[in-house]
Design a protein around this ligand. Structure first.
Ligand code: FAD
Length: 559
């Protein structure tokens, strides 16, 4: 339809046309049916950085520039020409936008509000695909280039810095990182905001708000991650947890017309979001990073119109009357006709004093690109003999000098995939140490030394090692259930046929029918994924259970 956009800041590896596609005349005309055509004046600001739920614009005449405003001035990001459209993933989630949009000359646009845009991407699959692909690739490019409304000032030797970076990364939010240890000019920036080095990590949010060593809740609030929760609304289904199981349940429930609220304490993706590469998930023959999978799923959830709130976990379930209510972290309550529990599980740690002191500064529970960078060229320890330990060892071995894989038992777990066992055996960087356990860790600001005991010989060795990856399995996140739900001996939730007659009698099961598959001892409350007793701890099974549960939610809603 017109000449192509010439992005100013975005020097793109992945192809301009995918990120800034130009629609055909026929496509533009179809979009016009969903919105309104209106003129724009030269210099008119169509939306301002930080505004929420801004409209979506397709340029039909003239030019729209996208600008990143900052305390030091404006930075031109790109210019949209006729046939091109504004927006990235924030437009679907309703979160504040990162850029200002301004018309450089008089022209014309098609304007769609958020609901009209969601209706468009749901009903016109050709245009929906172009828009979704552009939104996702734009966000990926922004993250890659650190273009956004957040600056993190910190140090790689500080656990708080890693915590903040991890939170932003896992939530797919672009940020600029300034390393205090490397950037000597940083003091003038800190002076500008009257902060001392003792306040690190410092998060500068939308150019003006300065957060000193903030909690993740403060960051989420500052960046406007969440829309307000209407406490009077009774939801068809509240999904607790946004790992693969919760995300799948949200996609299916919202796409089937249910009113869905998702509560998540940390970031979409759950444990899978921390996985460097998932190689056995159907449809991704070359593997997909957990971050990528979670980002795509999150966008899909937004596309179907489910509401998700981040850093607002479930604290307590009230189950004595219907609708059920869930108390959320900040004292709010939400009511639900049905609930899907998808809270997964938390990592196990070896019984070793001091270990928690080094979390984030040498002790990690995930082996992603970020951690991989930290231990490049060094020796590392991976603890555990299951699939996640195997994956971590193979991944970390790509860039590190030596990987000591410590397994307490006499060999790798029976449940470890054959392909991983082969890769470990064939990798000369990985040293498998069976019957071995960590007994001590030492260091000052950062982990510096690790000691382990060989239980067969009784000998203890100490090594100068600065990085440990704990991959020892997990305990279920079921503490918040307030005694409402029948659990197994390990605290995992019993469902369907696993609930014995005694369990149901003790729980006062009120119906004549037996619980559905995946249904707990409370009618209309389901458990899916890693939190469920007997679950196979895999992404595919979590996704499968999340989607199956929705069909039973429909039945429960009609009961
Ligand atoms: C490093 C690693 C690599 C892995 N690699 C693979 C792989 O390659 N292939 C594979 O198939 N599987 C893999 N797995 C296993 C897979 O990730 C899990 O089986 C899967 O993530 C389970 O999904 P889930 O949704 O049930 O739970 P989780 O992924 O654990 O998600 C649970 C979510 O609930 C949230 N939550 C917890 N409590 C609350 C609360 N009270 N309120 C609100 N939210 C809460 C958590 O923050 C979390 O986001 C890996 C796991 C790890 C740790």
């Amino acid at each position: 339809m017109a000449d192509t956009a010439l992005p100013v800041s975005m020097t793109l590896a992945s192809g301009v046309e995918r990120i800034f596609p130009t629609l055909t005349l026929a496509q533009v005309q179809r979009i016009a049916l969903h919105g309104r055509v209106r003129p724009v004046r030269a210099g008119e600001v169509l939306f301002e950085a930080g505004e929420r739920s801004v409209p979506f614009f397709v340029v039909t005449a003239g030019r729209l520039e996208m600008i990143l405003p900052s305390t030091t001035g404006e930075r031109l990001i790109t210019v949209y020409r006729p046939g091109q459209f504004t927006g990235e993933v924030n437009m679907l989630s309703g979160r504040p936008v990162l850029f200002r949009s301004r018309a450089t000359e008089a022209g014309e646009v098609i304007e769609l509000d958020r609901e009209q845009l969601i209706a468009l991407v749901q009903t016109d699959s050709e245009i929906g695909e172009i828009i979704m692909r552009a939104f996702i690739t734009r966000r990926v490019e922004l993250i890659a280039q650190g273009l956004g409304d957040v600056v993190v000032v910190g140090s790689n030797h500080c656990a708080g810095t890693l915590r903040v970076k991890e939170f932003l990364t896992r939530n797919g939010h672009p940020y600029t990182y300034i390393d205090l240890d490397r950037d000597t000019d940083i003091q003038s920036l800190l002076d500008h905001f009257h902060v001392t080095v003792a306040d690190v990590p410092v998060v500068i949010c939308r150019s003006d708000m300065v957060l000193r060593n903030p909690t993740i809740q403060q960051i989420a609030d500052c960046l406007g991650f969440n829309q307000p929760i209407d406490q009077t609304q009774i939801r068809d289904v509240v999904i607790v947890g946004a790992g693969p199981a919760g995300l799948a349940a949200a996609v299916y429930a919202a796409s089937e017309g249910l009113d869905v609220l998702v509560l998540e304490t940390h970031a979409p993706g759950g444990q899978a979001g921390s996985s460097s590469k998932i190689e056995n998930y159907l449809g991704f023959p070359t593997g997909i990073s957990g971050q990528d999978l979670a980002g795509r799923a999150y966008t899909q959830v937004q596309k179907f119109g489910a509401q998700m709130v981040i850093t607002k976990g479930a604290k307590q379930l009230t189950c004595t009357r219907k609708p059920y209510t869930i108390l959320i972290d900040d004292g709010l309550r939400v009511s639900a006709r049905t609930i899907i529990i998808a809270t997964g599980a938390a990592y196990r740690k070896p019984p070793c004093e001091n270990l928690s002191r080094f979390e984030g500064t040498g002790v990690y529970y995930a082996a992603t690109f970020m951690e991989g960078q930290l231990c490049r060229g060094e020796e590392v320890v991976v603890v555990g003999g299951g699939n996640s330990a195997g994956q971590a060892a193979v991944f970390i071995a790509q860039a590190s000098k030596r990987v000591h894989m410590l397994v307490r038992s006499s060999g790798l777990s029976d449940s470890m995939s054959r392909y991983l066992i082969r890769r470990i055996e064939q990798n000369s960087v990985i040293v498998l140490r069976t019957n071995t356990e960590i007994v001590a860790v030492e260091g000052n600001q950062h982990l510096e030394r690790v000691s382990w005991r060989d239980h067969q010989s009784g000998s203890i060795e100490m090594h100068d090692i600065r990085h440990i990856f704990l991959m020892m399995g997990a305990v279920p996140n079921t503490q918040w259930l307030n005694g409402c739900i029948t659990l197994d001996a390990q605290g995992f939730i019993k469902t369907g046929p696993d609930l014995s007659q005694e369990d149901l009698t003790a729980a006062h099961w009120p119906l004549t029918r037996a619980p559905h598959l995946l249904e707990t001892c409370l009618p209309g409350v389901f458990a899916v994924g890693d939190v469920r007793a007997g679950n196979i701890k895999r992404v595919a099974s979590a996704v499968g259970e999340g989607s199956i549960a929705v069909s039973f939610v429909h039945q429960a809603l009609h009961e």
